[in-house]
Design a protein around this ligand. Structure first.
Ligand SMILES: Cc1ncc(COP(=O)(O)O)c(C=O)c1O
Length: 388
C-alpha cells in the first residue's frame, strides 16, 4: 500500500508511454531527434508544449513558466538570481525543509545578505491562519527583501492560505519603494497537484514546484512560475538552451539585450529530454481528471487517516483536521515508538510510510489518488495495534 505519495509519483500510463516513445526515438537517432524537436523550427520545440500545458494548469501564460528538474533547483535559481544587496535579509520560517533553507543560506552568503526564520505556529495541529499572519507581520523588518515559505509544510502537513499570505505581504509593501518591495517566494511542491487553486492568481512573486510528486510527472521535472516583471529581477545562473536571445548574443559577441525572461532561466546543458517533454502528458492527465476532483479525493482519503489517528489515545496527530488547512500529508507520533520504528513496522505490514528527515522527525502517511479507503484501514489497524 503506497501511502507515501508526497515522495515520487508512479507515472500513469500516458506519461510512461510518452517517456518510452521519446527514449526510443532518441536511441534511434539522438542527433536528429534532439535537433528537430529542440533547435529547428519554432513550432516544433517540444519544451514549449510543456510550458503551455503548465501555464494552462496554473492559470497563467506559457512565457511565465521556466522548466527545472525539481523544486530544489527552482528555489536555488530564484534566490541565487535575486541580486540581493548587502544588508537585505531573506525572512523564512522555522518549518521549511532542508533544500529551501539551504538555497537561502547559499544565496545570502553569496550576496552578503542575511537570513532569519520565524515560527508561524507552536502547535501545527491547532494551526491558526490569523495567528500565523500576525506573527509574519510582526517579524518583517525594513531590511526584509524576501519572504520565503512553503505552501504545505512537509513535517507538519499544514497548508498555508497562500492568497492571505500574499495579501499580508501586499499590505506590508504599501509604503515601500519598488526596489525594497518584499518578494514572496513559494516552495509550492506539496500544494501543486493537490489544491484546486490557480498558482498564477495566488499573489506570490516566485513559485517553484517539482512535477514528479503530485502532478504525477516524470522523475527530474519541475516548473517555476513568475510574471515577466518579476523574471526581470532575476540574473540567470545556468546558461539556457531555450533562449534565442542569450545564444544569439553570444554568437554576436555582445551582451543579451532586454530584461531576463523565463526561458533564460530554464537551465541548459543536455539532459533527459524524454522526461522533460513527457511532463506535458502529466499536466494533461491531471487536468483531464480535474483539479477539483483530485483535491476532493485527496482530502477525503487523508481525512480518513487523520480522523482514524485522532481517535487513538496513543497517537499524537500533528496535522490539522480541517481540509482547507492541510493537503496530502499527515504526520504524527506514536507513544513508546520512534518514528523510524513505526515506519519500519508499517513497512513490515506492506504499508509504505516514512519518518520525516527533519530535526524533530514524525511518522508520515500521505494518500493520493492511487489509494483506496481499505488500504488506509490496513495502515490504521497497524498503528492501532501499537498501543502499549
Ligand atoms: C517542502 C518540500 N520542499 C521541497 C522538497 C524537495 O522537492 P524536490 O525533490 O522536487 O526538489 C520536498 C521534498 O519532499 C519538500 O517536502
Amino acid at each position: 500500500m503506497h501511502l507515501s505519495n508526497f515522495y515520487l509519483a508512479s507515472n500513469p500510463t500516458p506519461v510512461r508511454d510518452a517517456i518510452t516513445n521519446y527514449r526510443r526515438a532518441f536511441d534511434e537517432n539522438p542527433h536528429s531527434f534532439l535537433d528537430d524537436n529542440m533547435f529547428a523550427r519554432e513550432e516544433d520545440k517540444l519544451w514549449r508544449t510543456v510550458c503551455a500545458e503548465a501555464a494552462e494548469y496554473v492559470g497563467g501564460h506559457a512565457d511565465e513558466i521556466a522548466l527545472t528538474t525539481s523544486t530544489t533547483m527552482g528555489l536555488a535559481l530564484t534566490y541565487n538570481g535575486l541580486r540581493l544587496r548587502p544588508g537585505q535579509e531573506v525572512l523564512t520560517t522555522t518549518h521549511e525543509f532542508y533544500p529551501h533553507h539551504e538555497a537561502i543560506r547559499l544565496a545570502t552568503d553569496k550576496w552578503g545578505a542575511t537570513m532569519r526564520s520565524v515560527s508561524l505556529y507552536d502547535s501545527s495541529f491547532d494551526f491558526s491562519p490569523d495567528e500565523a499572519l500576525d506573527r509574519l507581520r510582526a517579524a518583517v523588518r525594513p531590511e526584509t527583501r524576501v519572504f520565503g515559505v512553503a505552501w504545505v509544510h512537509s513535517n507538519t502537513g499544514v497548508r498555508l492560505p497562500m492568497a492571505r499570505v500574499a495579501d499580508t505581504i501586499a499590505e506590508l509593501n504599501r509604503n515601500r519603494d519598488e526596489d525594497d518591495r518584499i518578494l514572496l517566494v513559494v516552495d509550492g511542491v506539496h500544494g501543486f497537484g493537490v489544491a484546486d487553486e490557480d498558482v498564477a492568481r495566488m499573489g506570490c512573486d516566485f513559485f517553484s514546484a517539482g512535477t514528479h510528486k503530485w502532478i504525477l510527472g516524470p522523475r527530474g521535472t519541475g516548473i517555476m512560475w513568475a510574471t515577466p516583471e518579476n523574471w526581470a529581477l532575476i540574473q540567470p545562473t545556468i546558461p539556457s538552451l531555450m533562449s534565442a536571445e542569450t545564444s544569439a548574443a553570444w554568437r554576436q559577441d555582445r551582451r543579451p539585450t532586454g530584461p531576463t525572461q523565463a526561458s533564460w532561466v530554464s537551465p541548459g546543458g543536455f539532459f533527459s529530454y524524454e522526461h522533460q517533454w513527457a511532463a506535458a502528458e502529466a499536466f494533461r492527465f491531471v487536468r483531464q481528471i480535474g483539479r477539483k476532483r483530485i483535491q476532493d479525493r485527496i482530502a477525503e482519503l487523508n481525512s480518513q487517516i487523520k480522523e482514524g489517528l485522532a481517535a487513538m489515545d496513543h497517537v499524537t496527530l500533528h496535522t490539522p483536521l480541517a481540509p482547507e488547512l492541510s493537503a496530502g500529508i499527515v504526520t504524527f507520533d506514536v507513544d513508546g515508538h520512534s518514528p523510524q520504528d513505526v515506519a519500519r513496522i508499517l513497512r513490515e505490514n506492506r504499508v509504505i510510510a516514512n519518518s520525516t528527515p527533519y530535526g524533530v522527525p514524525h511518522v508520515r502517511l500521505s494518500a493520493g489518488i492511487v489509494n483506496f479507503p481499505d488500504e488506509i484501514d490496513v495502515a490504521l489497524n497497524v498503528i492501532r495495534s501499537l498501543k502499549a
